[in-house]
Design a protein around this ligand. Structure first.
Ligand SMILES: O=C(O)c1ccccc1NCC(=O)[C@H](O)[C@H](O)COP(=O)(O)O
Length: 283
């Protein structure tokens, strides 16, 4: 069994428990009643070309991970997210998986209430209930991992996400997965340079796949950023946005920690280095 399969088993068990507490009809009612979703496509630079283009950062609230164990205590996710926004983040990613990442829907609620930029519910989406739940808790964006979904389900989940007024970050790791993401109609595509089956990270995975992403689709480079040079490298390879977790939560630790400044430095390094992609637009 791969790491991804193992995570998904736990996600399904936790989901069943939540679903017994809040039934499908109730979660759908809450989703319908939520404040409308913010436009994450625009916030991540969708449709922006030429001189107006600048690198966007998606900054992540990440306490722990399967690959690294505990990363940062993050007692106050709202304060961390607010600092990220102050530093110029375009969106906040909130891991809500409990067992391996120590996240929760309470984190999502706290972050939603603290920032005005779009919020990504970063979880392992395997049931439509989770998409309704994300909306009910104020998310603007959900994660759909191609490797975890068959094509029919991916298309259906993307349609439901759009029906609820949200966007999806559709995540691929290989050329075949990227083709599936684009065929499904993804408007925001993430290339995760971490292989979720082995946990190996190879930032070199991004550039060749970025070359396949049309200019009218937002290209997000995910994982493996250690410092500003890594952000610059993703930008130079054609990223519209870079998703950063560990490096930024670590910058929030210790005396004199300044996560807002870390975000500022990363965003500046990327914007100076950014190049446009040349793949033909989607038809
Ligand atoms: O981070 C992990 O170890 C991990 C393991 C298995 C599935 C997903 C995992 N992480 C989710 C992410 O994609 C990252 O949190 C995100 O891209 C940020 O990565 P990083 O900047 O390297 O923390």
């Amino acid at each position: 069994m791969s790491v991804l399969d193992d995570i998904i088993d736990g996600v399904r068990a936790d989901l069943s428990a939540r679903r017994r507490e809040v039934g499908d009809a109730d979660i759908e009612r809450s989703a319908a009643a939520a404040v409308p979703a913010r436009d994450a496509f625009a916030a991540l630079g969708g449709g922006v070309v030429g001189a107006d283009r600048r690198l966007r950062l998606i900054t992540e609230v990440k306490r722990a991970s399967p690959s690294k164990g505990d990363l940062a205590a993050i007692d106050d996710p709202a304060a961390l997210a607010a600092a990220y926004e102050t530093g110029g983040a375009a969106a906040i990613s909130v891991l809500t998986e409990q067992r391996r990442f120590r996240g929760s829907l309470a984190d999502l609620d706290a972050v939603r209430a603290a920032v005005s930029i779009p919020v990504l519910r970063k979880d392992f989406t395997v049931e439509p209930y989770q998409i309704q739940e994300a909306r009910a808790h104020g998310a603007d964006l959900v994660l759909l991992i191609v490797a975890a979904l068959d094509q029919r389900t991916l298309v259906d989940f993307l349609a439901l996400t759009h029906e609820l007024g949200m966007n999806a970050l559709v995540e691929a790791h290989t050329g075949a997965e990227l083709e599936r993401a684009l065929d499904a109609g993804a408007r925001i595509v993430g290339v995760n340079t971490r292989n979720l089956k082995t946990l190996d990270v190879d930032p070199g995975v991004f550039a060749p796949l970025a070359g396949m992403i049309p200019g009218d689709v937002v290209a997000v480079a995910e994982s493996g950023v250690v410092d500003a040079d890594d952000v610059a490298a993703y930008a130079a390879a054609g990223a519209d946005a870079v998703l950063v977790g560990e490096a930024l939560v670590r910058s929030s630790l210790g005396a004199g920690a300044d996560p807002a400044d870390a975000v500022r430095r990363f965003a500046a390094a990327g914007t100076g280095a950014q190049t446009e992609r040349t793949a033909p637009e989607n038809t």
